[in-house]
Write a protein that binds this ligand. Structure first.
Ligand code: GRF
Length: 183
């Protein structure tokens, strides 16, 4: 079995997946200069850089991604800052999962950690869910809590949330590939 990882930035979750020995066939990234690209190259993992501005529509961009993707059992969005469109969803029905740094359905969107922190919740966390046509809205597969400590800085909370992500995502992906967790 193989997985493809989609990422847009740092790639610490990609690294956690690779370090866990998961079978990553390709990393898809929408920014040529994103650190995740170098991280994949350093591990001799194929990369596909997609600049959506080169395409007239999202469907055209996703068609190009599909043409580049090796057949994958699972697509893992790990910090991919794009909304997945019908083209990819139709090609991988129920086979795309996403990592979100909050306890969905609370605090969806791009700033979930900061939003939870600003709201003043005592417990936030991490979610892995199936991707559907919405934003951060698919069936929840796994969650882990992260308490916000009294007086904790946002930066400190972010670091603790990422540490939990680096455990939860590889564990969840491994369970799916072992068919211990049904998508
Ligand atoms: C993670 O916090 C993920 O939950 C969010 O974007 C971040 C990606 O971090 N969607 P990295 O690129 O994996 O380090």
């Amino acid at each position: 079995s193989t997985i493809s990882v989609f990422a847009s930035g740092t790639g610490s979750n990609f690294e956690a997946l690779a370090d866990a020995g998961l079978p990553i066939a390709m990393v898809v990234c929408d920014h040529a200069d994103a650190p995740v690209v170098a991280k994949a190259q350093a591990r001799s993992i194929a990369t596909f850089i997609i600049d959506y501005r080169d395409y007239p529509t999202k469907a055209a961009a996703e068609t190009a991604i599909l043409a580049a993707l090796p057949a994958s059992d699972l697509i893992v969005l790990a910090g991919y800052m794009r909304i997945i469109g019908p083209t990819l969803l139709a090609a991988y029905p129920g086979q795309i999962i996403n990592l979100h740094p909050a306890l969905l359905p609370s605090f969806p969107g791009r700033t979930g950690i900061a939003d939870a922190y600003a709201y003043g919740v005592k417990v936030t966390g991490v979610t892995v869910h199936v991707v559907d046509a919405g934003i951060d809205s698919g069936r929840i597969l796994a969650q882990a809590p992260v308490r916000i400590l009294p007086g904790e800085s946002l930066a400190h909370l972010e670091a603790r949330i990422h540490a939990v992500e680096h455990q939860l995502l590889p564990h969840t992906v491994a369970a799916i590939l072992k068919e211990e967790l049904a998508l």
